[in-house]
Ligand binder design. Structure first.
Ligand code: CP
Length: 312
C-alpha cells in the first residue's frame, strides 16, 4: 500500500491550556516557533501567511509582553489585528463577557486572543464563538503561551528539556505561569522543584508531580534552571507577606542562594519583575546568567507559531 505523507495537525481547535495538548501538539508548536526566530531578527519581518485573516485581542487584565507580542505576531504574519480597548468598550457599561464574545463573533474573526481575571474565562468564551480562541492567561489557571515560550528559551540554550532539573520559585499559589510550566516541563521530561513559603504553596501541589521545598537553598540545589515568579498581589485577598524585605531575604533570588544551583544555571522570570523583592536587580540584568530578555524575544516566535497553527 502506498504511504500517505499526512501533515501533522494540531489536535485541538483552541489553545486553552497546556493540559489539553498532546506531546505531538507541543512539538508541533515548538518546531514551528523555531522557524520564526530568525525571521524575527531579519530586516523584512513580514510574511503573508495569515493575509485575509482577522485576529481580535481581548485583554481584560493589564499586559505588556503578551498583548504586544500577540499583536506583533499577527501583524508579522499579515493578519488584520484589532486590539480591543476594554476601558472604552461596552464592558464598562456592564456588557458581560458572553455578550461581548457574541458581538465580536458576529464580525467573523478567525481567532480571538483573550486574557481575563477569571479562571476558565477562555474556556467559556470558546464555547460561544465559531473561531479559535487562544488563552493569554486566565485567572490563576493557565498561561499556555508563556510556558511554551519558556520551553523554547530553555531548548534554545540547552538543546533539550529532558533530564534537566528546574526550580520554579515564589508565588506558586496565584500563578498561572507556574501551573502551565509544571504541566509542560513534566510532559517534556524535566525534574521540577517548586519552592514557596507554605502560604503561597497550593494545597493540590502533591498531585502535580513535583518536588516541594520551603527553603530556597534546598530547592535550588544542583538546578539547571531557576525560574522566578512575580508576586501576584492583585490576586491576594489578604496580606500574605509580613514585609517585602522579609520575602526578599527568604525567597528573593540573590547570588548567595543562586550559588546552590549549578554554576551555569540560567535565570528566568516571566515578567513584570519586582526588582529587589523577587530578584536581585544585578542578577536580573546579568547577561551571562539571565535569559529574561530572550524569553520576551522568543515569545513573539511562539505566538506567531500559535496563530499560524490555530488559524489554519
Ligand atoms: N509574562 C506576562 O504575561 O507578562 P504581561 O503581563 O506583561 O503580559
Amino acid at each position: 500500500m502506498a504511504k500517505t505523507n499526512k501533515a501533522i495537525k494540531i489536535s485541538k481547535k483552541h489553545l486553552l491550556g497546556i493540559q489539553d495538548l498532546s506531546i505531538n501538539d507541543i512539538n508541533l508548536i515548538l518546531n514551528e516557533a523555531k522557524n520564526f526566530i530568525s525571521l524575527n531578527k531579519s530586516k523584512n519581518k513580514k510574511i503573508d501567511i495569515l493575509r485575509g485573516k482577522t485576529q481580535i485581542n481581548l485583554f481584560f487584565e493589564p499586559s505588556t509582553r503578551t498583548q504586544s507580542s500577540f499583536e506583533l505576531a499577527g501583524k508579522r504574519l499579515g493578519a488584520d489585528v484589532m486590539s480591543m480597548n476594554i476601558t472604552n468598550s461596552a464592558i464598562k457599561k456592564g456588557e458581560t463577557l458572553i455578550d461581548t464574545a457574541m458581538t465580536l463573533n458576529a464580525m467573523h474573526p478567525d481567532i480571538i486572543v483573550v486574557r481575563h481575571q477569571d479562571s476558565g474565562a477562555s474556556n467559556l468564551l470558546s464555547q460561544k464563538v465559531n473561531c479559535a480562541v487562544l488563552n493569554a492567561g486566565d485567572g490563576r489557571r493557565e498561561h499556555p503561551t508563556q510556558a511554551l515560550l519558556d520551553a523554547l528559551t530553555i531548548i534554545n540554550r540547552r538543546n533539550k528539556i529532558q533530564g534537566l532539573k528546574i526550580a520554579i520559585c515564589g508565588d506558586i499559589l496565584h500563578s498561572r505561569v507556574a501551573r502551565s510550566n509544571i504541566y509542560l516541563l513534566n510532559m517534556l521530561g524535566a525534574e521540577v522543584n517548586v519552592v514557596a513559603p507554605s502560604n503561597l504553596m497550593p494545597n493540590e501541589i502533591d498531585r502535580l508531580g513535583v518536588n516541594t521545598f520551603s527553603d530556597m537553598k534546598e530547592g535550588l540545589k544542583d538546578c539547571d534552571i531557576v525560574m522566578m515568579l512575580r508576586l501576584q498581589n492583585e490576586r491576594m485577598e489578604s496580606s500574605f507577606l509580613s514585609s517585602n524585605r522579609e520575602y526578599y531575604e527568604y525567597y528573593g533570588l540573590t547570588p548567595d542562594k543562586l550559588s546552590n544551583a549549578k554554576d551555569d544555571a540560567l535565570i528566568m522570570h516571566p515578567g513584570p519583575m519586582n526588582r529587589g523583592i523577587e530578584i536581585d536587580t544585578k542578577l536580573a540584568d546579568d547577561i551571562n546568567k539571565s535569559v529574561i530578555k530572550e524569553q520576551v524575544e522568543l515569545g513573539v516566535a511562539v505566538r506567531m507559531a500559535c496563530l499560524k497553527i490555530f488559524c489554519e
